[in-house]
Design a protein around this ligand. Structure first.
Ligand code: COA
Length: 208
């Protein structure tokens, strides 16, 4: 069911999570609140430059975020859905999400990773899994990743996955380190089968 056929603009049915080798992306749950809050609190210095909400983070903000994003029944269309990136022991490594803010036919992926677990491929593999899931949705023709141009680390993720840099646009800075210039990357559905993103997932799944 596409967003258009629902007549709900940018809403979409939230896909299930996914697994690939050592990493699991599963839907956010109420029980994640404590681990999420702990990960954010520990990572504040790392998150603050890029995530507007990280400026003065509180437990109430974590509780409110989790409550808002876990309240809809799984079969109900949403505008945003969030996934915990976890290792095989269930430890939370980061959070990623699908967002319907680009309008019908396209979803945007967002991510952040706990400062203790960066540079291990968490964001790249998570984004590959969400790309796969998003492109399986009827009516979704492309997935995008947007980041501020000075956040080069974030930009490595779509570049590695084979997304195409399609636009550079002015954007109001929302977080302290942002320059106000946004890079937009896109992977179209027909590019998925031969993409580095699919190859990465295939390799991770083959490795078990
Ligand atoms: C951006 C972010 C999500 C990347 O997460 P990650 O799990 O470390 O990323 P990956 O391990 O998949 O690595 C992606 C690439 O970035 C590189 N990288 C990751 N952290 C880096 C760092 N601190 N310095 C330099 N390069 C880094 C990796 O080496 C890899 O590049 P390579 O393939 O050329 O080696 C993480 O740094 C983060 O949470 N940043 C703060 C929040 C944020 O910026 N979110 C995105 C907003 S658009």
């Amino acid at each position: 069911m596409s967003a258009d056929s629902l007549g709900l603009g940018a809403m979409f049915l939230p896909p299930d999570g996914a697994e690939a080798g050592w990493l699991v992306c599963r839907r956010l749950r109420r029980e994640d609140t404590a681990a999420l809050y702990e990960a954010i609190l520990t990572s504040l210095d790392h998150l603050r430059p890029w995530m507007p909400w990280a400026d003065s983070y509180t437990r109430e903000m974590a509780e409110d975020f989790v409550a808002r994003h876990t309240s809809a029944p799984p079969s109900e269309p949403v505008t945003d859905t969030h996934y915990v990136a976890a290792d095989r022991t269930g430890r939370l490594l980061g959070l990623c999400g699908l967002h319907g803010r680009l309008g019908a036919g396209r979803l945007e992926i967002g991510y952040w990773v706990d400062a203790r677990h960066t540079k291990r491929g968490v964001a790249t593999l998570s984004a590959a899994m969400l790309t796969e899931r998003a492109l399986e949705l009827p009516g979704i023709d492309a997935v995008e990743i947007h980041h501020d141009e000075v956040n080069g680390v974030s930009g490595r993720v779509p570049a590695k996955l084979g997304f195409e840099h399609v636009a550079t646009v002015k954007d109001e800075p929302e977080a302290p380190a942002e320059s106000g210039v946004e890079w937009q990357w896109r992977l179209d559905k027909d590019a998925w089968p031969a993409s580095p993103a699919k190859q990465l997932l295939d390799a991770a799944r083959a490795a078990g």
